[in-house]
Design a binder for this molecule. Sequence first.
Ligand code: ADP
Ligand code: MG
Length: 699
Amino acid sequence: MKEINMHTSLQYIKGIGKNRAKILSDEFGLKNCYDIINFYPFRYIDRRKFYKVQDLVESNSYVQIIGFFKSIKYIESNKKFRLEGLFFDGEKEIKVLWFKGLKWVEKSINNKQKVVLFGKVNWFKNTPSMIHPEIEQLNDFSRKKRIRIKPIYKSSEKTVNSGMSNNFFIKLIDRILKDLEQNIRESLNTDINKRNDLMSKYSTYLNVHFPLDFNLQKKAIFRLKFEEIFFNQLIFHLKKNKIKSKKSFYFPKIDLKFNSFYENNLNFALTSSQKNVLKEIRNDFRSGNQMTRLLQGDVGSGKTIVSLMAMLIAIDNGYQCCLVAPTEILANQHFENFNKYLNNLNLNIEILTGSTKKSKRVTLFDDLKKGVLDILIGTHAIFEENVLFKNLGFAVIDEQHRFGVKQRAEIWKKNNPSPHILIMTATPIPRTLTMSIYGDLDVSIINELPPGRKKINTLTLKDSKRLRVFKFIEDQIKTGRQVYIVYPLIEDSKKMDLKNLEDGFESVCRYFDNENYAVGVLHGKMKSENKDFEMNRFVNGETNILVSTTVIEVGVNVPNASVMVIENAERFGLSQLHQLRGRVGRGEYDSYCILMTKDKMSPDAETRINAMVTTNDGFKISEIDLKLRGPGDILGTQQSGVVDFKIADLTNDLKIFDLAKKEVKKLISNDPKLKNPNNITIRQELLEFYNNKSWSSIG
Ligand code: ADP
Ligand code: MG
């Protein structure tokens, strides 16, 4: 037979052929030998252990027992025959049943000869039995040494129907591994292997498919995970180096605008986290290379002011800036805040959203092109092609996780060279996710809240306690505070939810009569000027209570609001709950987040509510959220597919991420182009198996 290698297409492998190859490719994306040896078992059955019938318990699924058949007989019921055997392990019997192939079974069973019975245990009225177990002669059994721990592979109707059983996969992979022994080479280098106690590449494959014991299997899995993360991080680092070596604008000085803001306008002291981040940004600005930095910080940690001060540096150096927000409400609020913060500094600030009038756009675009505008704030409308700057030097993207990753690139096109970019996330995301989707960015973290913030008291109440909640709200309003009441709005039940909101609004209005209280209502179906009107009334303290859907979720800042009531809290996701909670506790007042729930909740909902009650820390919340939902759901459909790890687990493998990342850093700083002979294996691996993802970065 022709010699095979990693790239040999499966159709040429003995026992596969065209049809099965197509099925393997369609069902599991397996195309060549490399794919099939990287098709790992999803579980194992331990066939080293032998059970006694009397020790079987209901939680055993697959077991094996040594013994012999005492008897075997045909039984008829409902005109159908079955075979019933009594299998004796020397102490106790277990019933074994066959419904198919009876003649063959009867013939092949030799009474009194010792065999190994292997199969799933069924329980009926506290009595175990087995149906169609595998039977192996004791002699054969001890010869096949490697398969003591049996790998179980994913299967589908199609693979099974075309004769590709689990045993088929076992034989196939076993044979390919033997044939490829000479082809499977080390993919990392000896130092990395040694430092991280990695098993050799070939043993890794052997021990992931056919482990001799579970310790070896664990070591093999560790290496596979390590390697997968290593190459993921390596590609990011190569990309990052490439971005970083891109020239961008050089902002050497800090001048009038920044200084005058710092001395006259800034009426609080920056936290040390904020100062650090500013320093990091300033260093990037002075490097002459392009900054692409991710700023993470909890809700209310003061990311906006940091971005604003960075803008002043850009402006002091003669450049324009922009800020892109995910919603119109938020863009408006940023616009107002920037105007307030930058009062008297003689800067031209404008806002551009979907609802900016045509006539206004004409002058705005003109001013932008002429360089009359210093700062443009807006929604994704800013990404549109006809929005042209004179010299955009710095762009801030707020609450990035609402945008697709691709949109990052849009802003690059707004100037040549590309402007510096700062991306701010709404809530922290788990570190593994940050590394695996933003691995090509530098990351800054604000891990403290401004001083003097009051803790937000979070409590949960059943719907039946509503009157108590109203009474509490009333007291808060009497002391001058304002209150949010939020209803869920979920796409596929919009009508019903809107009704919920309306009913809720009515019951609030019944309790809080309109002579003494002002109650506003806000939802996504409203016209944008009406939304602004309602939002502004609340911001200005004209309404006491704002009944709303999650449109207020992102970024809105009303320091006087002290109570956030979340209706049907069990229906919200964890990060959304945390975002909503972040709308209160933004001023000097004691604040409360009240989670109203149904009497009965799903276990997941209970975990979410519990997490909210026990911690205020957004970084912790994000970890719990990841465990509950998995990375795909956290990132949303826009970005799904961005993280496609085969074996690494973003929820549990943070330690391996850290180890692999450390090695990547070391490698890149010593040998950025991977030219060193020691690293030739790494370079080869990258080019051979990660080609489409890495060719442009390794160059
Ligand atoms: P977020 O990080 O959620 O975007 P913001 O930037 O909106 O937070 O800041 C929340 C509030 O905290 C704003 O009112 C802001 O003026 C205020 N703030 C920011 N930094 C400080 C600070 N160092 N000391 C006191 N208040 C601050
Ligand atoms: Mg914000």
